[in-house]
Design a protein around this ligand. Structure first.
Ligand code: ZN
Length: 491
């Protein structure tokens, strides 16, 4: 009624009147037809109590339902309905996988409150969803996704373990009823709703498998949720094979410029293939920049470590002469070779610092990156400081040598360290040689001073001295005399 834009006093049309009458009539029926037993267990010795939460979503609504499952000493198993919760789907259009995720989170919250009330241990909770997407997200890392998914997956990870989430076929998912709606009559006779799916009566090995097959995951949906994507990733695979579109790094002297130009090239290719409305314009986004940067580094790694790369892809041992042997290289989800050090548990460090990207020695891309960090240090940071700044993201083979090499090359540093040029003196004047060699045949005279000197004691003994120097111009030997000035007067 609200979406139809009706006000409090407005007349309802026929259809709405009928629907609401039906709804009120069913409310009355609820009281007499639906009875829920309060007792959750049989009168026997219990071995194990566990909670099973099912969630589901449709375009109209989403919701969850929880069952208590008891195993008894006699081998009996009982399941009882505990609680259910449903919500109508938002009016703004939200994709089904996202709604499924919202349902999963709703179920999680409800399960936590039930767990608290019944004092069931954490490990005895199982969550069921029929959405492969949701299960795939839950097994990933929240930071890889866009905020909507990341926030919810973050919540799921805080309160449950990914292994607790299992797949249930849609046919036997009781929460399906919540998402599609039922009349009271249908609800009353729904066995799955009141007792839970049949498989819960069996032992755990007989429960449905939770093999998450990536091919079952809706491809496009995943791609929209991954942070590094939007329309751009769908086209990314095309670039990877298009070697022709790669710029030659050697023609660039700045890594920032190289990345930016390459990113604009990628965008141009994308835009040529997209419709007018979908084309990207304006300045580069950080995602575009980061993707291209990683792509360039990846390429440099492939060139320098092709054998190692092939070995890693096939999970074989590295070649014995490989320079990466000591670094325990791994290939990450973007195809980059990273070190796998001993910092796995150092959660306070960034992912890049724990698993730095390996950069090859004597490679132009490496040099450009070293240059960038050297310049960020304003040419005054020493080798070690540059090295430590680089280490927060990269591991360069023989890193210090690589940095030192660049420091020797850096034009600004060379200018700064250069010595001042010395004046080349002219040949000595002729007069100094074309004269008789006997002493002081030709002399030059110079004066210096006044100098303050003290003879004897007391202030009155202070004297000023002027100096005259007579110099023999051939050997430059000199003698001097001083003119004494007493109390400022020439004597
Ligand atoms: Zn420099």
């Amino acid at each position: 009624m609200w979406t139809a834009g009706l006000d409090w006093d407005d007349q309802l049309d026929e259809e709405l009147v009928e629907k609401s009458r039906e709804w009120f009539r069913e409310l009355d029926e609820l009281c007499c037809c639906i009875k829920i037993p309060r007792c959750l267990q049989l009168n026997e010795d219990i071995v194990l109590t566990s909670l099973h939460t099912f969630s589901d979503a449709s375009q109209e609504a989403y919701g969850s339902v929880i069952y208590a499952r008891h195993e008894y000493k006699s081998g009996m198993i009982s399941t009882r309905f505990i609680a259910a919760k449903s919500r109508v789907a938002p009016l703004t259009s939200v994709s089904i996988p996202r709604l499924e995720l919202m349902a999963a989170v709703l179920g999680l919250r409800l399960a936590l409150s039930v767990k608290h009330a019944l004092e069931v241990p954490d490990d005895n909770m199982t969550f069921w969803s029929d959405s492969m997407n949701v299960l795939y997200w839950i097994r990933g890392k929240s930071r890889e996704y866009k905020p909507f998914v990341a926030n919810r997956i973050g919540e799921v990870h805080t309160s449950s373990h990914p292994q607790q989430w299992r797949h249930v076929p849609t046919k036997v998912n009781p929460a399906d009823l919540v998402s599609r709606g039922r009349t009271v009559e249908q609800l009353q006779s729904d066995v799955i709703w009141w007792n839970g799916p049949e498989f819960l009566q069996d032992e755990e090995p007989q429960w449905p498998d939770t093999n998450i097959q990536i091919e079952n995951v809706r491809d496009t949906e995943l791609k929209c949720q991954k942070k590094t994507s939007d329309k751009y990733t769908t086209l990314k695979s095309i670039h990877n094979n298009d070697l022709d579109w790669r710029l030659d790094p050697v023609r660039y002297s700045s890594v920032v410029r190289l990345v930016r130009v390459q990113a604009y090239v990628h965008r141009f290719i994308d835009n040529c293939r997209l419709k007018q409305k979908q084309r990207r314009q304006g300045s580069l986004s950080t995602v575009e920049y980061a993707d291209v940067e990683l792509d360039i580094i990846k390429n440099a790694q492939r060139e320098a470590f092709s054998d190692e790369y092939n070995a890693l892809m096939k999970s074989k041992d590295l070649p014995k002469t490989s320079k990466l042997l000591g670094l325990q290289p791994r290939i990450d989800e973007n195809g980059l070779i990273r070190c796998d050090g001993r910092l796995e548990n150092a959660e306070f460090l960034s992912f890049d610092a724990r698993y730095p990207i390996i950069l090859p020695r004597k490679n132009w891309v490496t040099k450009l990156i070293v240059k960038r960090y050297h310049e960020l240090g304003k040419h005054v940071s020493g080798t070690n400081q540059t090295f430590s700044a680089l280490s927060s993201r990269f591991w360069i083979i023989s890193g210090r040598e690589e940095i030192r090499e660049y420091e020797h090359e850096c034009y600004t540093c060379r200018k700064k360290k250069a010595k001042v040029a010395e004046q080349v003196m002219a040949p000595l004047p002729e007069i100094r040689f074309k004269t008789p060699l006997h002493a002081f045949a030709r002399t030059a005279v110079d004066f210096g001073g006044p100098f303050i000197t003290v003879q004897g004691r007391g202030k009155r003994r202070q004297k000023k001295i002027l100096m005259s120097i007579y110099m023999f111009s051939v050997t430059r030997s000199a003698f001097g005399s001083s003119i004494w000035i007493r109390y400022g007067l020439i004597s």
